[in-house]
Design a protein around this ligand. Structure first.
Ligand SMILES: [Zn+2]
Length: 328
């Protein structure tokens, strides 16, 4: 027998599914976090799936909601917590990476601070209520409304070879060819902060430009079935492994000037260190700031919006991994 699964006031007995919301107190206001708790009829691991950590990233929200509706507790070995809108203010009001409550990008402040700003408190709430007790974590993102992106799966190396191998195995189960890892688990990304706790955690990036596309969402649901099958949560037939291209993050390029951004690349382009990848033009005096890439590699996402300010992410570049750290 499995145990009851509860988050706040929501509770699912073994062999049942419960949908609803749980209030999160953010100090100056309370937000309702939508959750589906799938408590399997059979024992197994607990898996947490989040989407809507950022606003304007619709594919993951769509896919998580579809998955929550599809999962049958009688077929589930273990427990699945689906949170399709982890950051309601950013998703419903801002549709941006930063929260309209405080201007904070929640995916830079995990595991959060229960005494901090509203967004820091929300990050802490998500960790305390959802991450604690999870055996695996999948975080669904997309290119935002002004962001071009080619699909990839991301994860962080932790220095623990067994954990890293398990995480690489999960990353390979999505059916997405490009897998990009970071060399350490530092920083405030949710998947990094979860990895630091010794739990396999992957970031999935599908779709771009705030587009909504049912086929992309359905493909992502299939990929999530692949992950749940790999974890033993579902008896899905093991699919043929997608041939994985392994990459390592090489550079993130941010704007140094305020102005109008004219990129000279499309995502998926291979670029060489020193190459000009775009220009920022000051609309007041016409002054041009060339933007060079500091690294050789492939551009996986980039800014498509016209107006940028210092710190705006313009492009992210990964280089072919020297070897696949999770291989065998
Ligand atoms: Zn995102």
């Amino acid at each position: 027998m499995t145990a009851p699964l509860s988050v706040g006031v929501l509770r699912a007995e073994p062999g049942t599914k419960t949908r609803g919301t749980v209030p999160a107190d953010l100090g100056t206001l309370t937000v309702d976090i939508p959750l589906t708790l799938v408590n399997g009829a059979h024992p197994g691991p607990r898996v947490l799936i989040t989407a809507g950590v950022h606003g304007g990233e619709f594919t993951g929200v769509d896919a998580a909601t579809r998955l929550a509706a599809l999962l049958e507790p009688g077929e589930v070995h273990g427990q699945v917590i689906v949170c399709p809108v982890a950051n309601p203010p950013a998703v419903y009001r801002g549709r941006l990476g930063v929260s309209p409550l405080d201007g904070v990008n929640i995916n830079r402040v995990f595991p959060g601070d229960p005494d901090g700003s509203p967004t820091e408190r929300l990050a802490a709430w998500l960790f305390t209520n959802l991450v604690d007790g999870a055996d695996a974590y999948v975080d669904l993102h997309s290119g935002g409304i002004d962001e071009v992106l080619t699909d990839f799966v991301g994860y962080r190396l932790t220095g623990d070879p067994a954990l890293d191998a398990k995480t690489a195995d999960l990353a390979g189960a999505l059916g997405i060819e490009d897998v990009i890892f970071g060399m350490n688990a530092d920083g405030g990304n949710s998947h990094a902060a979860v990895a630091r706790r010794g739990v396999p955690a992957i970031l999935v990036e599908t779709g771009q430009l705030g587009e909504r596309d049912a086929d992309t969402a359905r493909r992502l649901v299939e990929g999530l079935y692949g992950v749940l099958g790999r974890l033993g949560v579902l008896d899905t037939k093991p699919q043929d492994d997608t041939a994985i291209c392994a990459w390592v993050w090489a550079a993130g390029i941010t704007a140094e000037a305020t102005g109008l951004w004219y990129p000279e690349f499309t995502v998926g382009d291979d670029v060489t260190e020193g190459q000009v990848i775009g220009r920022v033009i000051d609309p007041a005096d016409g002054q041009e700031h060339k933007v060079h890439t500091p690294a050789t590699g492939r551009i996986f996402y980039g800014m498509r919006g016209l107006t940028v300010a210092p710190g705006t992410e313009l492009a992210a570049i990964a280089a072919p991994a020297p070897q696949d750290p999770g291989d065998h």
